[in-house]
Design a protein around this ligand. Structure first.
Ligand SMILES: NC(=O)c1ccc[n+]([C@@H]2O[C@H](COP(=O)([O-])OP(=O)(O)OC[C@H]3O[C@@H](n4cnc5c(N)ncnc54)[C@H](OP(=O)(O)O)[C@@H]3O)[C@@H](O)[C@H]2O)c1
Length: 257
């Protein structure tokens, strides 16, 4: 059931909306009376988030699969209208010294984080340009702005996402479309828990030590909450942010700028 304050026709896509940052973004957009299609590979996770709001709709799709993303666009846009907002959030990270990184790990990390981001936004570009309106937001990372040890493919992919964002912002500047990236430091999600687990396994440190070491990369000494990233995305999607395009906004307690 929709509310009386709904903005007719506003429809957003959030990839990786079944967990963490993507879930928080989907809930924030739905809270602003925007219909939200979320995607990911795990149907059960999508259904859980869709169950949290009448405005959220799950469609399972892998962002690395061009045909699956085309099918998602067809189904979601037929049901709820063209996407006004596209948030390329799906991502994954592993951790290995560069000299031990296999070609398969390198390729998979680029496929999901960079090619997946491109395949997420590409089908929206022509329609947004024709309608002279649209918002595209990439969830990059501070790893798109600086280097970190043992995550070379992830750092390369996220730098690529920032480059893709800048290219699209230049290409769409005259069309009423804005394209930006948000670059969080460590956010308290499953991805962070996986990083902590890897540190414990590889170094024998305790969970507390691993958490303290990762939190210390943030000058504020804390982990960012998914809702903080969602608030920045919501602002970038608002009318107030019409002049903001081509920006990589660091959400990191001052770790990068
Ligand atoms: N957590 C952090 O510290 C942090 C910091 C900076 C940036 N980020 C970025 O924030 C974004 C969200 O991450 P998170 O922290 O919320 O982690 P998360 O909870 O692990 O979420 C990642 C999401 O991406 C989806 N996903 C992964 N591969 C996919 C694929 N091939 N196709 C479709 N969906 C896929 C996952 O769903 P399925 O598994 O169901 O497919 C999952 O919902 C990522 O781009 C990440 O790089 C995270």
């Amino acid at each position: 059931m929709t509310t009386a304050t709904a903005i007719p026709g506003k429809h957003a896509l959030v990839t990786g909306g079944g967990s963490g940052v993507g879930r928080a973004i989907a809930l924030a957009l739905a809270g602003a009376d925007i219909d939200v299609t979320i995607c990911g590979r795990r149907e059960a996770e999508l259904a859980k988030v869709a169950g949290e709001s009448d405005r959220i709709f799950g469609i399972s799709a892998d962002v690395t699969d061009e045909a699956a993303m085309a099918a998602l666009y067809e189904t979601a846009e037929a049901a709820r209208g063209p996407f006004d907002i596209v948030v390329a959030n799906a991502g994954m990270a592993g951790s290995t010294p560069a000299h031990k990184t296999t070609l398969a790990d390198w390729q998979r990390t680029l496929d999901v984080n960079l090619t997946g981001a491109f395949l997420t936004v590409k089908p929206a570009l022509a329609g947004m340009a024709t309608r002279k309106a649209g918002r595209i937001v990439f969830i990059a990372s501070t790893a798109g702005l600086k280097g970190y040890a043992y995550v070379a493919p992830y750092v390369a992919a996220k730098h690529g996402v920032v480059g893709l964002m800048r290219a699209l912002a230049a290409e769409t500047a005259k069309s009423g479309v804005t394209v930006n990236a948000v670059c969080p430091g460590f956010v308290e999600t499953d991805m962070l828990e996986e990083s902590i687990q890897r540190i414990i396994e590889k170094t024998g440190r305790s969970a507390g030590e691993a958490r303290t070491s990762l939190a210390s990369t943030n000058p504020q000494g804390r982990f960012i909450q998914p809702q903080e990233v969602a608030a920045a995305v919501l602002w970038l999607c608002s009318d107030a942010a019409q002049s903001i395009t081509g920006q990589a906004i660091s959400i990191s307690g001052g770790e990068t700028w």
